[in-house]
Design a protein around this ligand. Structure first.
Ligand code: MSP
Length: 508
């Protein structure tokens, strides 16, 4: 049986339309899912939408809609974008679906019955946009320490989750599982936070209605983060012991942005502990994108809309740029100039040209029929070795979710291919029929190395890889076995590849 791999993205709030921040996590999840499938895993890839809570309720009121009408409308924009971006998710969960509500009510009731949720009274400083209560000591100039907006004193009857009880258990877990929170800097941040002490957490609200009612006390709505986090198991069928739940929980990795790290590494694991459920294996927090040096925000009107980028540059260019430009885990800056440079240099010049030059030569010198190889010389063996080493380098990088480094490793082979052409000078070999065998070997090595490159790249740029592999006369499904040198067979039909990526020239 194939090994299982379960990767998730956050579920996105429907009070905002999708921007590159959202596309970033989802593309990363997709690349990981595709890569793991390629490596022989059975992958479950989950994404979805977070549709409850005060923010959605308010946005709906402003828009003159019911919250569900708003959610129905906005969720389509997310789904359409994922379709365009080639996202290969297994399931899309909406928190307004019955299956999800059932899961949330069940886990809440379960923890309540076990005694770790209790009814109490809450009074503290509340930040409405962040839906977070803050103790006075954490306020900065009497404002929300996260978003710097004014907070208000709020008192309400509330259910509490006995999070304090799990402080030591959580620390022990983090200690015993060095990879649980990544990157390392974030792990340290969370350890310090937990060591400062965990307070019991208010997990219900009575100040608004748009949410899942507390079982048995409908005056209360379940706190939006308790609701949202549960998506990772409700989507698999929890509380029922479905085949999906049994096969895929606990998750292999939750991919998230750094702003929601605490919810995923403190709240979520302690909820699971209280319910007696296994914890996810890894939570990885990526950085944030600024835009041309500035924070992305509606008020600055600099929100980068992924559809616009796709229209202008193409899907695979966007996918490549997002993962290549910034090491996963660090903050980065989006600029059109940087994107165009990646497109023109990495994609058009290096990758695209290599394929069109090589396939054009195969057509010219061998009528597009892949010749058989004679003996490999030193220079051929070097290219073969580089290609093989790349496959293992990429595997190591992908284990660390170092997407950018993985792409760099692939590009080393692309550069080596371009250099190989210059050094072997096939056009000179072609002048003398006595060199036919040598020329055949050169063509083979050149094309075979690119076949391996494009098999791996199918995780990053599926449409591009498909075109490239077709022109290389390789029509097998990409697989781990296909990453071994020797996949191309003599007699395969090579066709001249059209430019994979037209250069982008900035118009005045
Ligand atoms: N609904 C919650 C998540 C619940 S998960 C159980 C939420 N939604 S969100 O739509 O506001 O944000 C979703 C993700 O987008 C977060 O991981 C966040 O980090 C990411 N990003 C939002 N803006 C971003 C950037 N400017 N850059 C990178 N990622 C950003 O939070």
């Amino acid at each position: 049986m194939k090994p299982a791999f379960y990767v998730t993205t956050p579920i996105y709030y429907v009070n905002d339309v999708p921007h590159i921040g959202h596309a970033y996590t989802t593309v990363a999840g997709d690349v990981l899912a595709r890569y793991k499938r390629l490596m022989g895993y059975e992958v479950y890839f989950l994404t979805g939408s977070d549709e409850h809570g005060q923010k959605v309720e308010k946005a709906a009121t402003t828009a003159g809609e019911t919250p569900l009408e708003l959610a129905d409308r906005v969720v389509k924009r997310f789904q359409a974008l994922w379709e365009r971006l080639g996202i290969s998710h297994t399931n899309f969960i909406r928190t307004t679906q019955e299956r999800h509500k059932k899961g949330v009510a069940h886990i809440f009731k379960d923890i309540l019955e076990k005694g770790d949720i209790y009814l109490g009274e809450y009074e503290d400083w509340y930040c409405t946009p962040c839906e977070t209560f803050w103790p006075e000591t954490q306020l900065i100039d009497n404002r929300c320490p996260d978003c710097n907006r004014p907070v208000e004193k709020l008192k309400e009857e509330s259910y509490f989750f006995r999070m304090s009880k799990y402080q030591q258990m959580l620390l022990d877990h983090i200690e015993a599982h060095p990879d649980f929170i990544q990157p390392k800097s974030k792990r340290n941040e969370i350890i310090s936070f937990v060591k400062e002490g965990l307070r019991d957490l208010s997990v219900s609200r009575t100040t608004f209605y748009w949410g899942i009612p507390v079982p048995g006390n409908e005056k209360h709505v379940i706190y939006v983060w308790f609701d949202a986090l549960t998506n990772y198991i409700s989507a698999l069928g929890y509380p029922d012991a479905t085949p999906e739940y049994q096969r895929f929980w606990p998750a292999s990795v939750h991919l998230i942005g750094k702003d929601i790290l605490r919810f995923h590494t403190v709240y979520w694991p302690t909820f699971l502990m209280a319910a007696g459920l296994p914890l996810p294996e890894k939570v990885f927090a990526h950085g944030w994108w600024t835009v041309e040096g500035q924070k992305m925000s509606k008020s600055l009107q600099n929100v980068v809309e992924p559809n616009m980028l796709i229209d202008k540059y193409g899907v695979d260019v966007v996918r490549y740029f997002l993962l290549r430009e910034v090491p996963f885990g660090l903050d980065g800056d989006f600029s059109h100039t940087a994107l165009v440079q990646r497109l023109n240099f990495d994609l058009a010049n290096d990758l695209g040209n290599l394929l069109s030059r090589s396939t054009a030569m195969a057509v010219k010198y061998f009528n597009g029929v892949l010749p058989s190889v004679a003996e490999l010389t030193e220079i051929d063996l070097a290219l073969k070795k580089k290609t093989g080493d790349m496959v293992s380098n990429v595997a190591a990088c992908m284990d660390d979710l170092a997407f950018s480094k993985a792409l760099q490793a692939i590009w080393e082979v692309v550069s080596a291919g371009n250099k190989y052409i210059d050094e072997t000078a096939p056009w000179t070999l072609a002048k003398d029929p006595a060199n036919k065998d040598r020329l055949a070997t050169v063509m083979y090595c050149l094309l075979e190395s690119q076949r391996v490159v494009h098999c791996i790249l199918s995780a990053f740029m599926p449409a591009t890889a498909e075109k490239a592999l077709a022109s290389l006369g390789w029509d097998e499904t990409v697989s781990k076995e296909g990453l071994t040198w020797g996949g191309l067979k003599a007699g395969a039909t090579i066709t001249k590849a059209e430019a994979l990526f037209p250069r982008y020239e900035e118009k005045e």
